[in-house]
Design a protein around this ligand. Structure first.
Ligand SMILES: [Zn+2]
Length: 384
C-alpha cells in the first residue's frame, strides 16, 4: 500500500474499492447503513468532490442549507443530503414544547411534528427528516420522555430522532443509563449528540460514559456532530457516525453562545491526521512539532504532497484544511467497507494500536515527547 503521510504510518488504513449503490431516499435504515457522514455548513459546496459518492453522505447545517442541497443534488445524485433543523443549535427543549415546529408563514395546515418533517422532505429536499428537537438540559428527564413519546407516535420510516444532551448528562451514572434507555425505547434511529461551550467529551469520565452508551444500546444510534469518537462508536455498535468538517460542527454549543471556536484568536484550522486518530491545530504543529524538524507531508487529494502544517488563519487556507479533513474521513471509512461488526471492532483496535505507534514515530522524528490525548488513552483501555 502507499503511505498517506511521510514520517508516520498506520498500516491498517488501506482503502478498498467501494461498491456502487443507489440512494435509499426516505428509508432511514437504508440510508444510514454502511455510510460515513460529514457535518458541513458553508463548506458543503467545496466538500462534495471529497465525499464518497456511494459510501458517504452529508448533514447540512445553516440557513442556506436548502438552496445548497438543491444545487448539489443534480451533480451528486447518489449522495444523501439531510438538512439539520435549526432547533438543534438554537433552541432549548422544555416539557411543553420539546420541538421547535417551524413550518413557515403560509401554511394552511396545523403546525404538527408530522408537518414539520414533511416540509423537510418535500419542500427542502432532505433525504430523511430530522425531528426539530431542542437541546435537553442536564437531568431534564421529563422533557426527554415527552419528546420520545411524540417521536414514537410517528408512523413513518424516514425519521431520525435528534437527541442533543448537555455534556453534564455524562457526569452521572443514572443519567447515562437514562440516555441508553431512551435509545433502546426509540422506534426511530437516534441522532445522539452532546452540547458544550468547550468539548463536551473532553474528560476521560465522559468519554467512558459515552462509550458505555454506544456499547449497551440495542437500537440504531448515530454518533452525531462528533469527532474520531464516531469511529469508536461504530466499533461499539453505532449504525453510523457523522463527523464535523470543522470544530464547530464536531459538537453543539448552547443556544446564544454563537458557536465560537475554542480560542477565538486562533482561527488556523484543525486538521485530521487519520494515522494518529486526532485533529490537531496547524499552529500547534508549526510551534511544537515542527519547530526544529521537517514537517510531515500529506499525500491526500487535497494536499498532494505538501506539508500538513501549512494552513494559516486565512480563509483559503482554512477551507483547504477542512477539505483535507473531509478527504481523510473518506479514506478512513473506505478501509472499513463491507466489514462485519466483529471485523470492525478488531479493525478499530488495530487503528488504535497503529495510532499509538504513529506517536512514537513522530516523537522520534521531532525529538520531542508528546502527550497522548484523553480519547486515545481511553480507546487504548478498551482494546487492552
Ligand atoms: Zn491532506
Amino acid at each position: 500500500m502507499t503511505q498517506r503521510y511521510s514520517v508516520i504510518s498506520n498500516p491498517h488504513l488501506e482503502g478498498i474499492q467501494v461498491p456502487e449503490r443507489t440512494l435509499e431516499t426516505g428509508d432511514a435504515l437504508g440510508v444510514l447503513t454502511g455510510r460515513q457522514f460529514h457535518v458541513c455548513g458553508d463548506i458543503v459546496l467545496g466538500a462534495l468532490p471529497y465525499v464518497d459518492p456511494h459510501a458517504g453522505g452529508v448533514f447540512v447545517t445553516g440557513a442556506y442549507g436548502p438552496s445548497r442541497v438543491q444545487r448539489l443534488r443534480r451533480q451528486f445524485p447518489t449522495v444523501p443530503f439531510m438538512l439539520e433543523p435549526r432547533s438543534l443549535s438554537e433552541y432549548r427543549a422544555n416539557e411543553d414544547a420539546p420541538f421547535l415546529i417551524d413550518i413557515g408563514d403560509n401554511e394552511l395546515f396545523p403546525a404538527t411534528l408530522d408537518a414539520a418533517l414533511d416540509k423537510q422532505r418535500l419542500d427542502m429536499g432532505s433525504d430523511l427528516a430530522i425531528t426539530p428537537t431542542g437541546q435537553f438540559r442536564t437531568g431534564d428527564t421529563d422533557t426527554v420522555r415527552k419528546a420520545l413519546e411524540e417521536v414514537n407516535a410517528l408512523d413513518r420510516k424516514d425519521v431520525l430522532f435528534a437527541a442533543a444532551f448537555e455534556g453534564g448528562w455524562l457526569n452521572d451514572e443514572q443519567n447515562v443509563k437514562f440516555i441508553r434507555s431512551v435509545i433502546n425505547r426509540s422506534n426511530h434511529p437516534v441522532l445522539l449528540s452532546f452540547v458544550g461551550t468547550a468539548n463536551p467529551m473532553g474528560g476521560k469520565k465522559r468519554i467512558r460514559a459515552y462509550r458505555r452508551i454506544m456499547e449497551e444500546s440495542t437500537r440504531p444510534v448515530v454518533a452525531y456532530r462528533t469527532d474520531m469518537a464516531g469511529f469508536d462508536a461504530r466499533a461499539l455498535g453505532a449504525i453510523a457516525s457523522a463527523i464535523g468538517a470543522l470544530p464547530s460542527a464536531r459538537r453543539l454549543t448552547p443556544p446564544g453562545s454563537g458557536g465560537s471556536p475554542d480560542d477565538p484568536t486562533d482561527l488556523a484550522p484543525h486538521e485530521l491526521i487519520g494515522d494518529m486518530l486526532r485533529f490537531v491545530r496547524s499552529k500547534e504543529m508549526r510551534r511544537r512539532w515542527f519547530a526544529e524538524a521537517e514537517p510531515i507531508l500529506c499525500f491526500c487529494v487535497v494536499c498532494r504532497g505538501r506539508s500538513i502544517d501549512r494552513f494559516t488563519h486565512l480563509e483559503a487556507d482554512r477551507r483547504e484544511g477542512h477539505l483535507h479533513t473531509v478527504a481523510e474521513l473518506t479514506r478512513m471509512h473506505s478501509s472499513t467497507i463491507g466489514m462485519t461488526q466483529l471485523e470492525l471492532k478488531a479493525h478499530w483496535g488495530n487503528l488504535v494500536r497503529g495510532a499509538l505507534d504513529a506517536y512514537e514515530q513522530l516523537e522520534e522524528h521531532i525529538g520531542v515527547q508528546l502527550g497522548r490525548p484523553n480519547d486515545l488513552q481511553v480507546w487504548a483501555e478498551g482494546i487492552a
